[in-house]
Design a protein around this ligand. Structure first.
Ligand code: SF4
Length: 306
C-alpha cells in the first residue's frame, strides 16, 4: 500500500472514531480532497455541514470558508485546518469603509461576495456566491448597488445586468486577476478546438474570450459534459481533481504557472490528521454581534434564492 493511501486510511479511521467531519474546497491538493467527507465550493460545503450529525468540523480551505461553516452551524466546533490559510481578497476591505459608504449613500444596498470575512458580511446587506450573484443582484429593487470586494465578479454581473448600476471598488483575487487575454490566445493556439471555461473572478478581457463563465462547480459540470477538449481557467485544484478522476477527458490548464493559490495549498494530509486528532488548526470563534450580522447577510441570500 502506498504511503499516501495509508495516511488517507488513517484519517478515515480517526474521523470515524472521533466523529469529525472533514470538508475540502475544490482548490485543495488532491490528497487532501481524497481524505475529505465532502468536497465542493465554499458555500456548498457550509450547507453540507449544516445537515450532518458530527459536532466537530475541520475545514480544509481558507478562513472565511471556516467562518461561513460556523455561521450556518453555530452549535458545532469548527476548525480551520491550517491557521495560515486566509484569502487575500476576503480581507481587502475594512468594515469601516463600508459603514462610511452607507452613511454617505443611504438606501444603496451593499452586496458582499461570499469571499469576505464574517466581520465584513456583518455590515453588508446580502451575500452572493459566484453562481448566484447575477440572480441575487437582479432581484434587488434598487438600481445603484455597491458590490464588494471583487471588481471582476462585479464587472461580470454588470455585463449581464445592464439595467443595474454597480459601484465597484478595488478588490480582486490575485490568482484569477493574473490571467490575461494573451494567456488565452496562447492556450487556444496550443489547444486548437478546445473550449474555454473560466471563473468570473478573471479580468473582463479574459471572460469576454471564454465559451463559459461560472463557479468552480459549474466549470466542473461543463468540463465533464463537453464533447471536446476544455481549457480550465481557475485555480489548478479543479484541473488536478478532474485529471485524477477523469483521465480520459481532454483537459488543459490555462496558464499553469499562474493558477496556484498559495493559501489553498497550506493544508497537508499529515496536518489534517493532526487536526482530526485535536492537535493543530484554528478554532473559529466569532463575536456574537458579528455572528448575528453576518448570519443575517447570508440568510438574506437564501431568502432571495441564493
Ligand atoms: S483563489 Fe483567490 S479567491 Fe480563492 S482563496 Fe485564493 S486568493 Fe482567495
Amino acid at each position: 500500500m502506498k504511503k499516501g493511501q495509508r495516511l488517507t486510511d488513517l484519517i478515515g479511521e480517526e474521523k470515524a472514531r472521533r466523529g469529525v467531519l472533514v470538508l475540502a474546497h475544490t482548490y485543495q491538493p488532491p490528497a487532501v480532497q481524497a481524505a475529505a467527507d465532502v468536497t465542493g465550493d465554499s458555500f456548498a460545503l457550509a450547507r453540507a455541514a449544516k445537515g450532518r450529525p458530527e459536532k466537530r468540523v475541520v475545514m480544509c480551505g481558507v478562513r472565511f470558508m471556516a467562518e461561513t461553516v460556523k455561521l450556518l452551524s453555530p452549535e458545532k466546533e469548527v476548525l480551520l485546518a491550517d491557521a495560515r490559510a486566509s484569502c487575500p481578497m476576503a480581507e481587502q476591505i475594512e468594515p469601516a469603509r463600508v459603514l462610511a459608504f452607507k452613511k454617505e449613500n443611504p438606501g444603496v444596498p451593499v452586496v458582499a461576495y461570499i469571499n469576505t470575512t464574517a466581520a465584513l458580511k456583518a455590515v453588508c446587506d446580502v451575500c452572493v456566491t459566484s453562481s448566484s450573484a447575477v440572480r441575487i443582484v437582479s432581484s434587488l429593487r434598487e438600481k445603484d448597488i455597491l458590490f464588494i470586494p471583487d471588481q471582476n465578479l462585479g464587472a461580470w454581473v454588470q455585463s449581464r445586468l445592464p439595467e443595474k448600476h454597480l459601484i465597484l471598488w478595488d478588490g480582486c483575487c490575485p490568482v484569477h486577476r493574473a490571467l490575461t487575454a494573451a494567456d488565452v490566445i496562447k492556450a487556444k493556439k496550443a489547444h486548437p478546438g478546445a473550449l474555454l471555461a473560466v471563473h468570473p473572478e478573471c479580468l473582463p478581457e479574459v471572460t469576454r474570450l471564454a465559451d463559459m463563465v461560472g463557479s468552480t462547480a459549474e466549470i466542473i459540470a461543463y468540463a465533464l459534459a463537453a464533447e471536446r477538449g476544455v481549457i480550465i481557467g481557475t485555480e489548478r485544484g479543479v484541473w488536478d481533481l478532474l485529471k485524477q478522476r477523469h483521465p480520459e477527458k481532454e483537459l488543459y490548464l490555462l496558464a499553469p504557472r499562474k493558477l496556484t493559490c498559495p493559501d489553498m495549498k497550506y493544508t497537508t494530509p499529515r496536518a489534517l490528521l493532526g487536526c482530526v486528532r485535536g492537535a493543530g488548526g484554528e478554532i473559529i470563534e466569532l463575536d456574537p454581534a458579528v455572528m448575528r450580522g453576518a448570519a443575517r447577510c447570508v440568510e438574506k441570500m437564501l431568502e432571495l434564492g441564493g
